[in-house]
Structures are given as structure tokens and as C-alpha cells.
Design a protein around this ligand. Structure first.
Ligand SMILES: [Ca+2]
Length: 290
């Protein structure tokens, strides 16, 4: 046999052995094989933002977006647990989801603290499939309420309904810019073409009020004349469960409407929404009370 042919035979055999060794190596380092030692976590965890500041106003939650990413080749179900320290209160303590391979899956969590929470540094501990992430949370002092300040800012809101894509507290978050409508800065009711709808804000302490400023949706894309609130009553409550109308707005096509009335004691303010332009939803970008 010529020397060249013998050499070729040996080379082929070596290639087969090397290939088998490689496949065995791959198998023994698979994350699913317990003999290979501690497997790598199959889920990556991240948050946006990576740290947060909150303040003890009931309707001023910090918002954190949670993301899990499956780093394995097969889909899996994962549980992300959330464990807050100190006075932090979370809208969820668990985010469970099916995770397709390599596709991030996200969910929001609202972070609140009581009005009397001690300012300072706290944390939210996240864990999913042995991946741990610690999110720093700064609790800031309450903003001072001076004469002339908006007494509805960040206070407890309630509504007849809220559309799933919007935030109840969005109308008292201090942002009245309609161009931010898609960023949860506004309230949109959840009963299309059905009225009335109500949006209430409970004041922290009873106050004498004389002016309400209402910003309804009025952006370049969604003008007030076709998407904003058209007809509503401004109502106040003081010391009992009766709502008293102090101002009426009818036929509105503007984005910003000021209602003034005789100074009146109030512990809560309600917008009784009666009709919307376009006959779809009640939309309030911001409600201010002075
Ligand atoms: Ca707002």
C-alpha cells in the first residue's frame, strides 16, 4: 500500500475520534447535566431604570420595568420574585412568564411608600433561576405644600374604570403634556362610548379650593376636538359622601380648561365626565386643584 493512502486512513480515523470527543464534551457541559457541577442560570434579569427615586405621595408611584431573557435553547417557564426592604410597597411580588429562547419578556411594577416613610436608601431584591439583581431605591422627602400649590398632585386617585393600557395615577403625576400620552401620564377610562365616567382625587387634608385646571388629550396626533373630553361637571366633596357641582363645562374642544368658582371647602374633587369628542373615551392628561 502506498504510504500516502495509509496516512489518509489514519487521518480519517482521528477525525472521527475527535468528533466523538467533542460531542461528549458538549454533553458533559450542558446546563441540564447535574454531574457537570453548578449549571449556569438560564434566565437573565434586568430592570429599567436600574435605580429609582420615590416619594411618599399615594398616587406618585415609582415605575420599574422588569425584563427576563431566556439564555437557553429551549423555551422555559420562569418565576421572578421581588423582595423589597424597609417601607417599599410593590404592586407585585412575582412576575411569572413563559420565556421563548432569546426573546426578552417584560412587565411593570409600581413602587410606593407610605406618606410617613423615612427618607433614605432601600432596595428591591430580584431573583429568577439563581440570577440575583439588587435595585437601589431612594425615598425622598415629601414636597412642601405651600399656598398656591396644586393640592391634587400625587394624591390618591380613584376612577369609575381605567383602561388597561393607562394609569389611574397618570392624571395627578405633574405631567400635563399631551405629547407624553403614550407614557402612562394620563387617565383613560375603560368603558368605550359609555358615560358618565368619574375621576376623583382625595386631598391629603381638607382645603379651601377655588380653581380646577383640566388638561384633556390634545396632541398633534390626537387633537382635543376629536379625542378630548367634551362635557363634564367639576364636583367637590366635604365631610360626607355627597358630591356638589361647582362648575360645568359643555361643548369643549380645547386641551386646557380652567374652571373657577367661589372658594369652597373640599376633601375631594371629582370630574364627572359626561361626553367625549369622538364618542369613545374619557381622557384626562392632568387634573390640578388650587
Ligand atoms: Ca399626567
Amino acid at each position: 500500500m502506498p504510504r500516502t493512502a495509509r496516512t489518509l486512513t489514519v487521518t480519517v480515523a482521528a477525525t472521527v475520534v475527535a468528533s466523538t470527543a467533542l460531542s461528549m464534551l458538549t454533553a458533559t457541559t450542558s446546563p441540564a447535566d447535574p454531574i457537570a457541577g453548578k449549571p449556569k442560570p438560564g434566565v437573565q434579569v434586568s430592570t429599567d431604570p436600574q435605580q429609582l427615586s420615590v416619594v411618599g405621595l399615594p398616587c406618585f408611584p415609582g415605575l420599574l420595568n422588569l425584563t427576563m431573557t431566556n439564555t437557553q435553547r429551549e423555551g422555559l417557564y420562569a418565576d421572578l420574585t421581588l423582595d423589597p426592604t424597609g417601607p417599599l410597597q410593590l404592586s407585585r411580588d412575582l412576575f411569572s412568564s413563559y420565556l421563548p429562547p432569546a426573546q426578552p419578556v417584560s412587565a411593570p411594577v409600581e413602587v410606593r411608600v407610605p406618606r410617613d416613610a423615612k427618607p433614605g436608601k432601600y432596595r428591591i431584591e430580584l431573583e429568577a433561576d439563581r440570577t440575583k439583581v439588587s435595585v437601589p431605591v431612594q425615598v425622598d422627602p415629601l414636597p412642601p405644600k405651600t399656598p398656591g400649590s396644586n393640592v391634587a398632585l400625587g394624591e390618591q386617585a380613584a376612577a369609575s374604570s381605567t383602561h388597561g393600557n393607562f394609569a389611574l395615577c397618570g392624571a395627578v403625576d405633574g405631567d400635563s403634556d399631551s405629547e407624553h400620552w403614550d407614557t402612562l401620564t394620563g387617565w383613560n377610562d375603560g368603558t368605550r362610548a359609555v358615560w358618565p365616567d368619574t375621576y376623583d382625587v382625595a386631598l391629603a387634608t381638607p382645603a379651601t379650593i377655588e380653581r380646577v385646571e383640566l388638561y384633556t388629550l390634545d396632541s398633534v396626533k390626537y387633537p382635543a376636538a376629536t379625542n378630548g373630553l367634551r362635557d363634564w361637571d367639576v364636583q367637590v366633596r366635604s365631610g360626607n359622601n355627597d358630591w356638589r357641582t361647582v362648575a360645568e363645562v359643555r361643548g369643549n374642544t380645547l386641551g386646557h380648561v380652567t374652571s373657577t368658582f367661589a372658594p369652597t371647602p373640599a376633601d375631594a374633587v371629582r370630574i364627572l365626565a359626561l361626553a367625549g369628542n369622538g364618542n369613545t373615551y374619557s381622557r384626562i392628561v392632568e387634573l390640578e386643584v388650587y
